[in-house]
Design a protein. Sequence first.
Length: 177
Amino acid sequence: MALNLTQEHIDRMKAHGERAYPHEGCGLLVGRFDAVTNEKTLVNLVLLENAWTDDVAADLAAADLATHGQETTPVMTKARRYWIDPQDLFETQRQARQDGLAIIGVYHSHPDAEAVPSGCDRDLAWPSYAYIIVSVRHSIAADLQNWQLDDNHQFQPEPMNIVPASAAKDRMPLLSS
């Protein structure tokens, strides 16, 4: 698979990661899956607030305890974790369907860390989604990488095709977020 997106999409993710620093920023990728070409095309980038709270951390720790018989995830903060509010997810999915689109992935930033998925990122990831991670170092976006889960539930790099903005306007209109 590959992800088609514009430079504007990349610039918006980087800027959002910088604004969220020193916390993780996050958002949803809305677009189309093409089964024929085996590509995803990003149409709309929905930037969201990181909804990570102590309650989310406690819920995940309780799920670890129920699943593994022990807590395996250390207590974290917004500086090392993100959470998409289920209401934001629902609203984005509803709007995407109205527009004939789908959620095709997730974006988030890693403050002062590599643009490489963590174990928690892998544990909470869904197959076929694109997972873009922006590395933000000392409040400046330094790197951006795209990942996808393989059949063994391991992240593998997923290529990104940067579509020129002029071509993107003809083939994939940008929606406001």
